[in-house]
Write a protein that binds this ligand. Sequence first.
Ligand SMILES: C[S@@+](CC[C@H](N)C(=O)[O-])C[C@H]1O[C@@H](n2cnc3c(N)ncnc32)[C@H](O)[C@@H]1O
Length: 291
Amino acid sequence: MPKRKSNGEENSANLQSNSARKPVKAGSGGGINGISVENWRDYPHILTDSLWLLGKRDSTGAHTGDYHGNFVPQIPQQIIERYSKAGEWVIDPFSGSGTTLIEAQRMGRNCAGIELNPEIAREAMRRVNSETCGNPVKIENLCGDSADAKIWAKAAALTPDGVFHLAILHPPYHDIIKFGEDEKCLSNSPSVEEFLNTFGRVLAHTHAHLAPGRFIAIVIGDKYAGGEWIPLGFMCMQRAVETGFKLKSIVIKDIQDNRAKRNQENLWRVRALRGGFYIFKHEYILVLHKA
Ligand SMILES: C[S@@+](CC[C@H](N)C(=O)[O-])C[C@H]1O[C@@H](n2cnc3c(N)ncnc32)[C@H](O)[C@@H]1O
């Protein structure tokens, strides 16, 4: 990757605008990324702390941010640069509006997405194809259920070795946002237990199709139900550890602009004071490793 300048303390993860990015050459040599640790001063934009205050969303190019429930592009930017090399294969089994696909293309990584909703899957590819970064990589978005082995076999067949080098998983936070009517959608899981069981199947496929020594990142938040804080993040983390992944980091990312609560700050403050709870201002990026 070209050397980037730091653009401020709080906003160090807001990377260069798309137009400033150069086509990326396939990486060579060992390791899990293209970072030269001896030249660590050349990477001021790469976060190494466990608290991510990402500031303003990157809305360059195809990143419109209009898909309710998407993540900020700075998340896949950070993860892709840290845990993959140019020319390698990334998978996102909940690809949504294609934020990971767009970033992978910009950063010179091949990428497969899996998305249940056919309309959303098509729209994500339209966005990918509207980018003109010039990197000669393959970006494919498959429509299907990421808990199903067949779609993983299809995804793996896209790669030369049948394995991925990085997985980024951003599932629904159970039923907080409803992503459609399909009963296979994780947002329609009838209970937290069933949500975790289905997510556990996705984790098992991820583990089976990840190259040894490689990483996954799970982006997930918690929820309230029945007057109780449900720690979905830690529950998903536990499932991932039970699947065979080793936990490397729990990153706390701030939520600056939660649409569901926008313009209702006072109402939520009163609810919190009455109910004895704290208002969500964070979500998790869980980083795990396949030994
Ligand atoms: C939190 S969103 C991901 C958003 C994405 N990171 C982005 O930036 O646009 C979760 C996505 O998972 C999809 N989804 C839910 N259940 C699924 C399943 N079983 N298989 C594949 N995709 C699923 C939803 O349709 C939704 O688009």
